[in-house]
Design a protein around this ligand. Structure first.
Ligand code: PLP
Length: 399
């Protein structure tokens, strides 16, 4: 074989996707995969939302030609995203200080933002929460940044170590890029309170840090509006601000890759220059985004009846997750009364840092074919009325 290929080493497996590979290979009938990062309904299936079906029916009727989209994506999509993320009557939208480009999922939005920042602020370093979504580090490193962490999760309180987080932000050099989870922190489920966000916004603004808000779970915490508040508060504090958002979860459109990057500037004129440069980043990466997912989301968001349907369906997902959290806590209270799991009710979004150790996760897998992440992260959205009793009995047996 050629020298080029013979020198290439095997790359490490993706930790999360590796769990699913092992799960799929498991022959036991009653296996449960809590390691995933997707929402399953009560039948253990990824739902196809009614609002999506209806929007797709409308789109098919049109039989529109498949032209290229503009570099920054479908105009109706970008507008709908801005309204959703910032609020239609927010100053950054009405004063045209925010720009939004359709992206290949939330991941694509993060990468666009990272590549843009590498071009215009290459001396900055990036800070992500400890822990964070496992792709954040790799993504910013691949864009050429040094990636550091700031303290976040406190295993003792099972909440946020806010004092340490704030102190870390206060010590960061000016123009550091701070990646923050806008809601439903992945992997811990631990979010900041409104008062804590006030202090974070204050430090970020006064120290001249560059905030990058990642919002992959809008609507899974306390609702679409409530979950968007952090973005709106940062926007009201003035730019610069980067926001990546994703519809993978909130529309159950994982494989269609629908997300967006928004950037808030100081003026409409500045925003115009930023968009022109962002378009260069896009053009040299993949030229322009795919159209189907963007069409579906734009149709739903801009058609009142479909929009209402979406809000109801999203609320259904949010409520089901909360019911599973409540069942998890109350059933464990019965089966393992010596252990305290009330914190699971405080956590937001699809995930819970359950507090299970790597050894306990290993036992669950070996003896019960229940798969979780080694860190103890479980996907609450993978629990359902049929598998929860098996999961609780198994957890109680390894505590
Ligand atoms: N950001 C966070 C925090 C996530 O958890 C995820 C997906 O799991 C993403 C971004 C990426 O979203 P997408 O699947 O739309 O690329």
């Amino acid at each position: 074989s050629s020298a080029l290929f013979s020198a290439i080493e095997m790359a490490p497996r993706d930790p999360i996707l590796g769990i699913t590979e092992a799960f799929n290979a498991d022959q036991k009938p009653a296996k449960v995969n809590l390691g995933v990062g997707v929402y399953y309904d009560d039948n253990g299936k990824v739902p196809l939302l009614e609002c999506v079906k209806k929007a797709e029916a409308l789109l098919i009727e049109k039989y529109a030609p498949r032209t290229y989209l503009p570099i920054e994506g479908l105009a109706a999509y970008d507008r709908a995203v801005q309204d959703l993320v910032f609020g239609a009557d927010s100053a950054v939208v009405t004063e045209k200080r925010a720009i939004t480009a359709q992206a290949i999922g939330g991941t694509g939005a993060l990468k666009l933002g990272a590549d843009f920042l590498q071009r215009f602020s290459p001396q900055s370093q990036v800070y992500i929460s400890d822990p964070s979504w496992e792709n954040h580090r790799a993504l910013f490193e691949s864009a050429g940044f040094t990636v550091n962490t700031y303290p976040y999760y406190d295993a003792n309180t099972r909440g946020v170590n806010f004092e340490a987080m704030l102190a870390a932000l206060q010590a960061m050099p000016q123009a550091s890029i701070v990646l923050l989870h806008a809601c439903c922190h992945n992997p811990t489920g631990a979010d900041l309170s409104n008062d804590q966000w006030t202090q974070i916004i204050e430090v970020v603004t006064t120290r001249g840090l560059i905030p990058f808000l990642d919002m992959a779970y809008q609507g899974f915490g306390d609702g679409i509006e409530a979950d968007g508040q952090v973005v709106r508060r940062f926007a009201a504090a003035g730019g610069p601000l980067f926001v990546s958002n994703s519809f993978s979860k909130s529309f159950s459109l994982y494989g269609e890759r629908v997300g967006a990057l928004s950037i808030v500037a100081a003026s409409a004129e500045e925003a115009g220059r930023i968009m022109s440069q962002l378009k260069r980043v896009i053009r040299t990466n993949y030229s322009n985004p795919p159209s189907h997912g963007g069409q579906v989301v734009a149709t739903v968001l801009s058609t009142p009846e479909l929009r209402q349907l979406w809000e109801d369906e999203l609320a259904g997902m949010r409520v089901r997750i909360r019911e599973m959290r409540a069942a998890f806590v109350s059933k464990l209270k019965e089966q393992a009364p010596a252990h305290q799991f009330d914190f699971v009710m405080q956590q937001r979004g699809m995930f819970s840092y359950s507090g299970l150790s790597k050894e306990q996760v290993g036992k669950l897998r070996e003896t019960n074919s229940i798969y979780a992440v080694d860190t103890g992260r479980i996907c609450v959205a993978a629990l359902n009325s049929k598998n929860i009793d098996k999961v609780i009995t198994a957890i109680a047996s390894v505590l």
